[in-house]
Design a protein around this ligand. Structure first.
Ligand code: SF4
Length: 325
């Protein structure tokens, strides 16, 4: 499932609900909000009653905020074992969560690991150890609504940690690369990390963490899932990179097609190809495609050639066929 996190001040209910609703529109499936203080915890009641998707409260440092979030009716909690360390506090949260059937994600972050007395451990090993310690504590309280995440900025560390925990515990894993950066590099980093894990069969929920509006995170998450054929979600645009053989402005046409496809939510594969070398093959393979030639282009639909159109009509003719699929 695709998860994101709001970037508004949680105490500002109106802005937070607005952002969540925008994410619901693009099929975000779980939303997490930061709960930095008691006022934010109180806001959870109103946020929860105005949204449709499950709401997860992100808690650091203060276990009392977790208790308040449970009371507010959240659907899940994220606790950081790096900063809520004391067993008696975790126990209080687990008992309250058990009573209300609220799942708890043990969210380990490489940047905030609990202290260790074993200096020989790698970062990945320390992350796994931190998660296991809290898992064992929750299990000792007969609490098994557990989810685990082990996020780092470093992709090999993240993969190593998840592979290790996946062998050791049966719980669902929330995966992601933390603090992945601005969209251009962050999407690549997240795709390599999340994609590798998914390909290994690891991961139940995903979040792409980007220094960007959360909408970008959700779009990137679906693109990762689509590229591994794990989900069909909205349109897929196939477009050639263009080269010296291109006989039309493929970049412009592809950008225009992409903008139009954003308004369509059914799964459809559309190809924009720049010439007649690879163009007809890919265009034929898509639900709808265009192979551009000099001044004219051929439109294919479900493998069949349906029209030859003038260059000025490429976009409208292609989108007319897309609408008809
Ligand atoms: S489809 Fe044609 S124009 Fe596009 S990259 Fe391939 S050879 Fe070049």
């Amino acid at each position: 499932m695709v998860q994101s996190m709001t970037k508004t001040d949680t105490r500002d209910v109106k802005a937070t609900v607005r952002q969540i609703k925008e994410l619901e529109e693009i099929d975000c499936e779980i939303i997490r909000v930061a709960v930095p203080d008691a006022e934010a915890a109180r806001a959870l009641v109103d946020i929860k009653s105005n949204i449709k998707i499950p709401l997860v409260a992100d808690i650091h440092f203060d276990y009392r905020l977790a208790l308040a979030a449970i009371k507010a009716g959240v659907d899940g909690l994220r606790l950081n074992p790096g900063n809520i360390v004391e067993a008696d506090k975790v126990k209080k949260v687990a008992l309250a969560a058990r009573e209300r059937g609220v799942p708890v994600r043990i969210g380990v972050n490489a940047g905030s690991l609990p202290p260790t007395d074993n200096p020989g451990l790698t970062v990945a090993e320390r992350m796994v150890a931190a998660a296991l310690e809290q898992i064992h504590l929750l299990e000792s309280l007969n609490f098994d609504l557990i989810k685990v995440s082990l996020k780092a900025f470093d992709v090999p560390t993240t993969i190593e940690a998840y592979q290790s925990i996946a062998e050791k515990v049966p719980y669902p894993l929330h995966i992601g690369i933390t603090e992945a950066g601005l969209p251009r590099t962050g999407v690549v980093r997240s795709s390599v990390g999340i994609g590798t894990l998914l390909w290994l069969g690891i991961g139940d929920t995903i979040r792409v963490s980007l220094t960007a509006p959360p909408r970008e995170e959700v779009i990137a998450a679906y693109e990762i899932l689509k590229s591994l054929d794990l989900r069909r979600h909205g349109p897929v645009l196939v477009s050639c990179p263009t080269c010296g053989r291109a006989e039309a402005d493929v970049v412009k046409l592809a950008q225009e097609v992409e903008a139009r496809l954003l308004k369509i939510d059914r799964p459809i594969k559309v190809a924009v190809m720049g010439c007649v070398v690879n163009g007809p093959g890919e265009a034929r393979d898509a639900d709808v495609g265009i192979a551009c030639g000099k001044g004219k282009g051929v439109i294919f639909k479900k493998g069949e050639k349906v029209a030859t159109v003038e260059e000025k009509d490429f976009l409208t003719a292609l989108m007319r066929e897309v609408e008809g699929v």
